[in-house]
Design a protein around this ligand. Structure first.
Ligand SMILES: CC(C)(COP(=O)(O)OP(=O)(O)OC[C@H]1O[C@@H](n2cnc3c(N)ncnc32)[C@H](O)[C@@H]1OP(=O)(O)O)[C@@H](O)C(=O)NCCC(=O)NCCS
Length: 149
């Protein structure tokens, strides 16, 4: 069994290590520290036997909007509901804060993630050519109310 909990400072090294293995984009350790300090309510981990097996980083971008910046689950723990639990926890925090719309970017070639987010009521709203460092296109996906705020 695993538990979902808010990140502690002691977890940061493990999260940075996991992110380097499961995410295709590279992020500096300073960026993780910044999100940990600025949006602790949006930073959650899944822990099993004292090991971090998944994490989510989300932020508020304006009064009514937020973003999921990173979500990753260790490969051998996928398709067991871990990503869903992390995302649902983040969305609960979002709702508490009266944020009504969440957007994110995902690689247009990342079918697993696209299906995952569709499963959680995100829709594709835009396509960005050559958005990523490696030249890949991105899709923008949105959860929540249409954009009038
Ligand atoms: C995307 C990711 C976070 C999903 O995490 P997960 O723990 O495997 O997801 P869940 O088990 O909660 O899946 C929930 C639903 O999403 C969909 N889904 C998830 N993975 C899928 C896959 N490989 N193929 C098809 N559908 C998938 C399914 O509808 C699934 O429901 P089901 O198990 O009843 O079929 C995980 O695959 C991952 O870490 N990928 C690498 C990093 C990444 O792409 N992050 C997202 C972009 S930042």
């Amino acid at each position: 069994m695993y538990t979902i909990r808010q990140i502690h400072s002691d977890d940061l090294f493990q999260v940075i290590d996991l992110a380097s293995k499961v995410l295709s984009e590279k992020y500096t350790p300073q960026l993780f520290l910044y999100f940990y300090e600025s949006f602790p309510w949006g930073f959650w981990v899944a822990e099993k036997n004292k090991k971090i097996i998944g994490f989510i980083v989300g932020i508020r971008t304006s009064q009514r909007k937020g973003r999921v910046l990173m979500l990753g689950v260790q490969e051998n723990h996928r398709k067991q509901g871990v990503g869903s639990k992390l995302l649902k926890q983040f969305l609960r925090e979002v709702i508490k804060r009266k944020i009504i719309q969440i957007e994110l970017e995902v690689q247009a070639s990342n079918q697993n993630a696209i299906l995952f987010y569709k499963h959680h009521s995100f829709s594709i709203i835009d396509h960005l050519d050559q958005f990523y460092q490696n030249g890949d296109d991105a899709l923008i996906m949105r959860w929540g109310e249409p954009s009038q705020y």
